[in-house]
Design a binder for this molecule. Structure first.
Ligand code: SF4
Ligand code: SF4
Length: 136
């Protein structure tokens, strides 16, 4: 059975210079589509990707990642906005990999489209008043 899942990979700084993700194709016959990546040598890295392949290959690939120190966050969670906290500052707009935030040109309000959100969590840290909340 072929599966396709969206996940967030957190790389500790000691392994950001290793070609860990490339080996998913070579060794586990998986395909991936990188939706967002922020990897800097000597710093913690983060990658949002869609990973697809046969279930058994997928499971092996995930095991390979975790045994190499990569922390994996599932996207089977929901990110919602606490409307009372949002100040419409716009800090989240450029950060979101799926364009779930949109700045309305006339009102200067930041609209949030939950349908576009893949729950990567990137906006949570970026939001100054902590208006974005993750619900499991
Ligand atoms: S960063 Fe937070 S406060 Fe600013 S617009 Fe986005 S959700 Fe609202
Ligand atoms: S969690 Fe935030 S940054 Fe990630 S897709 Fe959803 S709205 Fe965009």
């Amino acid at each position: 059975m072929v599966v396709s899942k969206r996940i967030v990979l957190h790389f500790p700084k000691r392994i950001t210079d290793r070609p860990i993700v490339c080996r998913l194709i070579k060794n586990y016959d998986l395909e991936f589509n990188i939706l967002k990546a922020s990897i800097t040598p000597d710093k913690e890295g983060l990658m949002v990707l869609e990973l697809s392949g046969e279930q058994q290959d997928y499971d092996k690939g995930i095991r390979y990642l975790t045994t190499n120190g990569v922390r994996i966050q599932s996207l089977s969670q929901d990110v919602i906005r606490n409307e009372e906290r949002c100040t419409h500052c716009g800090a989240c707009v450029a950060i979101c990999p799926t364009g779930a935030f949109e700045l309305a040109p006339v009102t200067r309000q930041v609209n949030f489209d939950n349908e576009k959100c893949l729950a990567c969590g990137l906006c949570i840290k970026a939001c100054p008043p902590r208006a974005m909340e993750v619900h499991f």
